[in-house]
Design a protein around this ligand. Structure first.
Ligand code: FES
Length: 74
């Protein structure tokens, strides 16, 4: 089966695109906000923002969200 999970790309630690979850229109800023408010896993971010609940079930955005958690969690 084809794995269509999108690889995440970095430039100096920054995710380059604004909409991280295309299915639900969740932005990078919303996800960073949820991480700063205590989200520590993809499931936490999903619950707080709705990211990862769209048609692809996180196939396109999960990797990027996990990267943002690593970069922004304290
Ligand atoms: S891009 Fe996030 S659920 Fe599809």
């Amino acid at each position: 089966m084809h794995n269509y999970k999108v690889k995440y790309y970095y430039t100096k630690g920054e995710i380059l695109w604004k909409k991280v979850c295309l299915c639900r229109g969740v932005t990078k800023e919303q996800i960073i906000e949820s991480i700063k408010n205590g989200a520590k896993t993809f499931e936490d971010v999903k619950e707080k923002t709705g990211a990862g609940t769209g048609g692809c079930r996180g196939g396109r955005c999960e990797g990027t969200i996990e990267t943002l958690i690593k970069v922004y969690e304290e």
